[in-house]
Design a protein around this ligand. Structure first.
Ligand SMILES: Nc1ncnc2c1ncn2[C@@H]1O[C@H](COP(=O)(O)OP(=O)(O)O)[C@@H](O)[C@H]1O
Ligand SMILES: [Mg+2]
Length: 137
């Protein structure tokens, strides 16, 4: 089973996952893999312009953010994104560095790098929930 599927099986309500990596590193692909593993069969679009796409799969609410084009905290507030932080939805956030000071802190960090052949992936736990998840992978 691939990492996306193993991770999908360990997701808990309210878990926050940051996805770091350059354009094209595979962040959206990872989210797609997680959603597919949860049984979501619709199209998983990159939230490049909408900033947020929401999903419901396997009993979980999921919020997939791409904050590359986010201007500032005002835009975050006025788009109503703060209201999505209800402790239930799983947050998968691409380009968290654009909004570090006002988005929820990460339970897990995933860093993706493009290598001459393939990809490198580093995954780190940042909270008790994150470490518990990694132990089960
Ligand atoms: N693990 C991977 N191995 C090889 N190619 C990948 C991998 N993940 C993504 N790609 C390719 O890289 C391209 C960009 O991926 P994407 O997930 O959109 O990047 P990002 O969201 O990080 O900008 C996709 O067209 C995909 O085919
Ligand atoms: Mg992307």
């Amino acid at each position: 089973m691939g990492l996306a599927a193993r991770l999908a099986a360990q997701l808990q309500p309210g878990m926050v996952i940051y996805l770091h990596g350059d354009l094209g590193a595979g962040k959206t692909c990872m989210v797609r893999g997680i959603l597919n593993a949860l049984g979501y069969s619709g199209r998983v679009k990159s939230p490049t312009y909408t900033l947020l796409e929401t999903y419901h799969a396997a009993g979980l609410d999921l919020c997939h953010f791409d904050l590359y084009r986010l201007q500032d905290e005002n835009e975050w507030e006025s788009a109503g994104f703060r209201d999505e932080i209800d402790g239930q939805a799983v947050f998968l956030i691409e380009w968290p560095e654009k909004a570090q000071s006002f988005i929820p802190p990460a339970d897990l960090l995933i860093e993706l790098k493009i290598l001459p052949q393939g990809r490198e992936l580093v995954i780190k736990g940042k909270t008790t929930m994150g470490w518990a998840c990694l132990e089960q992978l």
